[in-house]
Structure formats: structure tokens, C-alpha cells
Write a protein that binds this ligand. Structure first.
Ligand code: PLP
Length: 393
């Protein structure tokens, strides 16, 4: 049976292929140092697991979650967190939606708004889901290049008016995967003004908002005046609490897109397992004591890898946020070719930048989520192995 056109037109999910390649190598007994997929290697905190084991005994969690937006305890905890962390006031009944991780919501918001012929403004390079879902809905992604010369921020002024007229959504993702760039409130202000002018919705993917290295905390787009009419922001516990497998997050912002998302979800997934929502509420309640410990782990790894690459003379962007180093490929090498060379000659797994879009060509991404008994020693070993390569930048 021929698959539907919408499935035929989207590419395979890149990380499935990378995971399969890794599994093959490991099965052959090769010792890889894995800077591939951004999946935290540290365990979920004990206090979250304890909350989960209590919650799972509450029989209401064994049934469908019929609340619509999520358990009241979870929504209240999100509202408290958004107030104390960002100074943002939200009405939990209209402006927050519990989600199954962030990815689910990124997909479903596009289903809610994108019709055939519509455009979606997508950063390039970027997490592949924004662009793929535009195609899946019969629309198309219009790329906004993220250039090193511009601090990996999009130039909204370069978007032609004819494109903006056809666009329904504008995607942002700061702190940024894959470049590690952070944005300040000025970009969010510009995006909100752009959305008002062109009547579109700004979707800010805040998956990495708690992974940062400087003294100033990355902001929420909802801090911008008027954002609560045109912006929706996607948060996740995946990276902040080492909970990728749990599949839990939330969307917050303007009431209309929140309700649209909620309507899609009600027809598709019936919500997040209630016990997980209660465990997520317990996690957020201890955010302030937990998050600095998480950041310190990545800071040590970031510094070790950045110093190591600098010592080799490799041009790497030292991330301001998220846990990725965006490294330029040597002269004459494509990102895929260089990634292949690192894998075959050094046993070092990285992601080719072209996976993130045309403007990712010429780079590789190295994740700081390193599965190893001693990740700092693994970084040192990887740097030593990479130092054996003959490369010119
Ligand atoms: N957004 C970005 C930019 C990501 O890099 C990822 C995962 O790596 C996600 C969303 C998905 O996160 P979640 O586990 O919350 O679905």
C-alpha cells in the first residue's frame, strides 16, 4: 500500500539513523565516544522519582485526564514557576497547556494553524520538527538563516513582506539548538512587534531555557508587553530535570493558540499520564535548588571541550546556552564528510550540521550529554583522538 503523500514527502527522522549507526558500531565492539544525540546522561533526580512513586498509587491517575489543559496541581506549579523565574503572570485555565514533552506540542501547534499553501518562518539551522511539520501540513517552511556574523540570530527585517503575508507562524528557539546562541529580550520584542504587524503567531521553543552559562538568565518571550496576545512558548522538563523519557512539558502564552493546541490534543492524544504531571509539579517546585547543580555539570564539560578544541586550533562556538558546541568543519570538507571521518578515524560520533538545514552545512554539532563512566575523561580522550587528524581550517 502506498503511504500518504504527507508521509512520503518528509525525510526520515535524522536521529533514528544516527542511533542505528551507533548501534551497529557498538555491536561490532568499537568504543565510540558519543557527542551525538542531545539526551541527558544523568539520572532523573530522586525527588522526582519519589513523587512519581507516590502519584502512581493515586487511582485517579489511572484514568483518562479529563481536565483538558492538565491537572490543577501541575498547572498551579507551572504558574508559580513562570512567576518566580520570569515574572510572568498566567491564567492557568486559559494560558497553560500540559504537553507530552515539547516535541508533541511543536507538532500539534503546526497542525492547528498550517493549511496547504501557508508559510512557516523557520530558523536555519534548526531542530528539524518545525520545517518537517510545515511540509506535513501541506505548507512550506521559509528559512531564516542563522549566521555566525549575526550571533546566530534571525534577521526579521530581511523577510519580504510578500512572505510575511503568507506566514502563519514564526519559530524561535533560544537558547538555541544547534548553535548554542542565547537571545536577549530585544529579539523577542522585535518578534512580537513583527507578529502584530503581520498578524502571525510567534512560537518560542524554550526547551533549553534553564541550561545557560553566563550570569544573566535567558528570558521568556512572555516577558514582552503584548506577547500574551501573539506568542506561545514551549517548555519541557526533558533537559532541565533529565527527564527526556518521561515525555512531559507545557505550553504557555496567548489564550487562542493555547486553546487551539488543546483542541488538537483532545482529538489526538488524551493528555499526559496524570502521575507524570504530578511528578513534574514536584520537580518544578524544587527547580531553584536543583537547576544550579545541573548547570554546573554542563559548565565543566563545556569548558573542557571548548578548551580542548581551542588547543587543537579548531574553530568552535562556545555556547552561551543549551549543551552543544557548534564547530566549523575544515576547509574542503562537507559536514557529513567530516562527521564520517571523525567516526571512522577517531571513533567520535557527532551530528553533521546539514541535518539542521542548508545553513548548517560546513559545521558539526557536538553534544555535551556524554554517555560515559567519566564524561570529562571521555572528552579528554576524544580531544586526543581528534588531535591525530590532519585538518586545516
Ligand atoms: N526542541 C528542541 C530545540 C530540541 O532540541 C528538542 C530535543 O532535543 C526538543 C524540542 C524536544 O524536546 P522534548 O523532549 O521536550 O520533546
Amino acid at each position: 500500500m502506498e503511504r500518504a503523500y504527507r508521509l512520503r514527502t518528509i525525510p526520515p527522522y535524522p536521529f533514528r539513523e544516527i542511533a542505528a549507526l551507533k548501534a551497529q558500531k557498538v555491536a561490532r565492539g568499537e568504543r565510540l565516544i558519543d557527542f551525538g544525540i542531545g539526551d541527558p546522561d544523568q539520572p532523573t533526580p530522586d525527588f522526582v522519582m519519589e513523587a512519581m512513586s507516590r502519584a502512581i498509587r493515586e487511582s485517579r491517575t489511572h484514568q483518562y485526564d479529563e481536565t483538558g489543559h492538565g491537572y490543577p496541581e501541575y498547572l498551579a506549579s507551572i504558574a508559580r514557576h513562570m512567576r518566580s523565574r520570569f515574572g510572568v503572570e498566567l491564567d492557568p485555565s486559559k494560558q497553560i497547556q500540559s504537553t507530552i514533552g515539547c516535541k508533541e506540542a511543536l507538532v500539534h501547534i503546526e497542525w492547528a494553524y498550517v493549511d496547504p499553501g501557508d508559510l512557516v518562518l523557520v530558523p536555519d539551522p534548526a531542530y528539524s520538527v518545525y520545517k518537517v511539520q510545515a511540509t506535513f501540513c501541506g505548507g512550506a517552511a521559509y528559512p531564516m538563516p542563522l549566521l555566525e556574523a549575526n550571533g546566530f540570530l534571525p534577521d526579521l527585517g530581511a523577510i519580504p513582506a510578500s512572505v510575511a503575508r503568507r506566514a502563519k507562524l514564526l519559530w524561535l528557539n533560544y537558547p538555541n539548538n544547534p548553535t548554542g546562541a542565547a537571545a536577549d529580550l530585544a529579539l523577542f520584542e522585535e518578534a512580537v512587534a513583527f507578529a502584530r504587524k503581520h498578524d502571525l503567531i510567534v512560537c518560542q521553543d524554550a526547551s533549553y531555557v534553564e541550561v545557560y552559562y553566563g550570569d544573566s538568565q535567558p528570558p521568556s518571550i512572555l516577558q514582552v508587553a503584548g506577547a500574551n496576545e501573539v506568542a506561545i512558548e514551549f517548555h519541557s522538563l526533558s533537559k532541565t530535570f533529565n527527564m527526556t523519557g518521561w515525555r512531559v512539558g507545557w505550553a504557555a502564552g496567548a489564550a487562542e493558540p493555547i486553546e487551539a493546541l488543546s483542541k488538537v490534543k483532545a482529538n489526538v492524544d488524551s493528555g499526559t499520564f496524570g502521575a507524570i504531571q504530578l511528578a513534574a509539579a514536584a520537580a518544578l517546585d524544587r527547580y531553584a535548588e536543583w537547576a544550579p547543580r545541573l548547570r554546573e555539570v554542563y559548565r565543566q564539560r563545556r569548558d573542557a571541550l571548548a578548551e580542548g578544541l581551542k588547543g587543537l586550533g579548531w574553530p568552535a562556538t562556545v555556547p552561551e546556552g543549551a549543551f552543544y558546541l557548534w564547530v566549523r568543519a575544515p576547509q574542503g570538507e562537507t559536514s557529513a564528510g567530516f562527521a564520517q571521518k571523525l567516526l571512522e578515524e577517531c571513533g567520535v560520533l557527532v551530528v553533521p550540521g546539514a541535518v539542521y538545514g542548508d545553513w548548517g552545512e560546513g559545521y558539526i554539532r557536538m553534544s555535551l550529554t556524554i554517555m560515559a563512566d567519566d564524561p570529562l575523561a571521555a572528552i579528554a580522550e576524544a580531544v586526543e583522538r581528534m588531535g591525530q587528524l590532519e585538518v586545516t581550517f
